[in-house]
Design a protein around this ligand. Structure first.
Ligand SMILES: [Mn+2]
Length: 383
């Protein structure tokens, strides 16, 4: 059993992100989120974690010009790593792009702890000696207008010599099969071109979900952000560890990082008789730690004010949002259905005609009848 290098691979921490959707909770959660690097450093410095090298694969910050206090905090954390004998590699991303003259990385590069990648083209940036193993590091800092994106980079460097070969990039690997980024401000990565460089491990950032992808004889990983940004970006919640041995297999391990849960729950309200039933169903999910979005689905049999209901249950959750998606139909969809020579078409036509003739007091009843009728036709009971 030869020497092994254990890496903590971080990406997309987006420090400084303002979670405005949380309203009054926003400042508290932002402060909590912004401490995730500190938690990562605590974890890395714990002897039992065995971390020997830390890699930050882009979007450490939410913007290229984060607040000075946050930058000082980050520098202090990276210095703690260095003081603890753990080298750190920082690669800028596309949120914290180095392209701008006032980029935090350009302004603070002289004092940035460890290796700060600034070259806009892929290079063999350094060879670090970690636990007696040469770690050959390959990377680039995406620079708008300089780093080629169209066509994507086709050649990646590769050094000779013993040791392990570690690449760090912030971009979109084509073999994931995701649609191309239309903003153009990100780096497309061709798996085939990377495979030719025969890296042992490719530490990636940019995609906010955890992925492991074989690339040639090595493996590429997106660790996902530890803490989430919102319901569509809830975070991966793990520390990504990687063991690299010269000529040996890559070993991946994830350790739960502990994070604030950000969840979406679909709640079928069909059959509930009134707001008290809904309140009881929501209270059963009570979690004062959770940032929760509840989507009401099915057929609603009573009027509900989602905001008032969320306010009523405020103390039961860190943050609660309720969205009424019960049979909420677009006028365009209803119009299309009204054209159908089907039972559904007939139902929509009849109720629309009644709606037109009805007064304000009758209309909610007709709307409810439409919801029930359509739910029943979909196979639900509608009651
Ligand atoms: Mn990102």
């Amino acid at each position: 059993m030869g020497a092994v290098v254990r890496i903590l691979h971080l990406g997309d921490l987006h420090l400084g992100y303002e979670p405005r959707f949380l309203g009054p909770r926003a400042p508290a959660f932002q402060a909590e989120r912004d401490r995730v690097l500190e938690r990562a450093v605590d974890f890395a410095l714990r002897p039992e974690s065995g971390v020997q090298l830390v890699v930050i694969a882009g979007d450490l910050f939410e913007t290229h010009r984060p607040p000075a206090r946050l930058v000082e905090h980050v520098l202090a954390q990276l210095r703690r790593l260095e003081a603890g004998g753990i080298p750190v590699v920082t690669v800028p991303g596309n949120h914290d792009e180095i392209t701008y003259h006032d980029s935090v990385y350009l302004e603070r590069r002289q004092e940035w702890p460890g290796v700060l990648v600034t070259n806009p083209l892929p290079e063999h940036v350094a060879t670090l000696e970690v636990a007696g193993v040469p770690v050959h590091l390959y990377s680039l800092a995406y620079r708008g207008g300089v780093t080629p994106t169209n066509p994507p980079l086709d050649r990646f460097p590769r050094a000779d010599g013993p040791g392990v070969h570690l690449a760090v990039f912030h971009g979109t690997l084509d073999s994931l099969g995701l649609p191309p980024d239309e903003t153009g401000r990100s780096l497309p990565l061709r798996a085939e071109a990377l495979a030719r460089a025969e890296y042992d491990y490719i530490a990636l950032g940019h995609i906010h979900a955890r992925h492991e992808i074989r690339v040639g004889r090595g493996v590429a990983v997106y660790p996902g952000p530890v803490e989430g940004k919102g319901f569509d970006d809830p975070g991966a919640g793990v520390w990504q560890l990687v063991d690299l041995a010269p000529g040996g297999p890559v070993r991946l391990e994830t350790v739960p990082a502990g994070r604030r849960p950000i969840e979406t729950l679909d709640l079928d309200v069909t059959g509930m008789e009134g707001p008290e039933d809904l309140a009881a169903a929501l209270m059963a999910r009570s979690n004062p730690q959770a940032i929760l979005r509840v989507r009401l689905t099915g057929a609603l049999g009573f009027p509900v004010d989602p905001e008032a209901m969320a306010e009523r249950l405020r103390d039961r959750f860190y943050h609660l949002e309720i969205v009424d998606e019960t049979m909420s139909l677009s006028p365009a969809l209803l119009a299309a259905w009204a054209q159908e020579p089907t039972v559904r078409g007939e139902l929509v036509r009849r109720l629309q005609a009644r709606w037109e003739a009805a007064d304000e007091a009758e209309r909610p009843v007709i709307a409810l009848a439409l919801r029930y009728g359509l739910a029943a036709l979909k196979g639900g009971t509608g009651r």
